[in-house]
Design a protein around this ligand. Structure first.
Ligand code: SAM
Length: 212
């Protein structure tokens, strides 16, 4: 998601009480940030953050961290959080490539990937968030029974993601190529901004849940 660059966005994020500066210093002690031992779930590439903020409102006993690389995009989420003041959510502006520098072994309960950038050129496959390179990173930070949930309307990216599961040593727990017409997997589904946009255009939504 690229929004028009908002002048001063980076500075506004740095000043914001809900965004975590120098997140590496909390590696292995994120529960101290939240002041409790509740599970921590992250969305990698949260965009404007509507999905993860909705989850945080629905589940006050779960902690959430939204991760986004672009300041102008993340700022929209922070502005919403200024209104909502949800105690169980924080935000980090960072590239997902450094996840293992920020979270300790087994510290994360669940990882959400929603409508991740497709990086269509073969030579960029390693940058795709459901690639085996990223699954190895998720492996390091997820707790024993932790899962990754991935949604997209991009059938090429989804086919790639499915092919990556076994070589990375993961298992496919659940899969659908038409989430909104799958009564089991769609139960409790929270739509993301992109999901709403693409499903309203008639695109079926694919989803998997994977674990190790
Ligand atoms: N998840 C949101 C949704 O479903 O509405 C936004 C989807 S948008 C297509 C993908 C977002 O992921 C963009 O905002 C992009 O900046 C972010 N992103 C992509 N690669 C990333 C990375 N390596 N680290 C952090 N954020 C990333």
């Amino acid at each position: 998601m690229r929004l028009r660059n908002i002048p001063g966005a980076r500075e506004k994020i740095a000043e914001n009480e809900w965004s975590i500066k120098e997140p590496e210093q909390y590696k292995g002690k994120w529960n101290e940030v939240f002041g409790n031992d509740n599970p921590i779930r992250i969305e990698v590439g949260m965009g404007k953050g509507r999905f993860i903020m909705t989850l945080a409102q629905m589940n006050p006993d779960v902690n959430y961290i939204g991760i986004e690389k672009y300041s102008s995009v993340m700022l929209r989420g922070l502005q919403k959080q200024e209104e909502l003041q949800l105690p169980n959510i924080r935000f980090i502006r960072m590239e997902a490539e450094v996840l293992t520098e920020v979270f300790g072994k087994g510290e994360i309960d669940r990882i959400y990937l929603n409508f991740s950038d497709p990086w269509p050129k073969d030579r960029h496959a390693k940058r795709r968030l459901p690639s085996r390179e990223f699954l190895h990173r998720y492996d390091e930070i997820l707790k024993k029974d932790g899962v990754v949930e991935f949604k997209t309307d991009n059938t090429d990216l989804f086919a790639f993601a499915l092919e990556e599961v076994e070589p990375a040593g993961w298992h496919l727990d659940q899969v659908t190529h038409d989430l909104h017409n799958d009564p089991v997997m769609n139960e409790g589904n929270v739509m993301t901004e992109y999901e709403e946009k693409f499903s309203s255009m008639g695109n079926p939504i694919c989803k998997y849940v994977v674990s190790r």
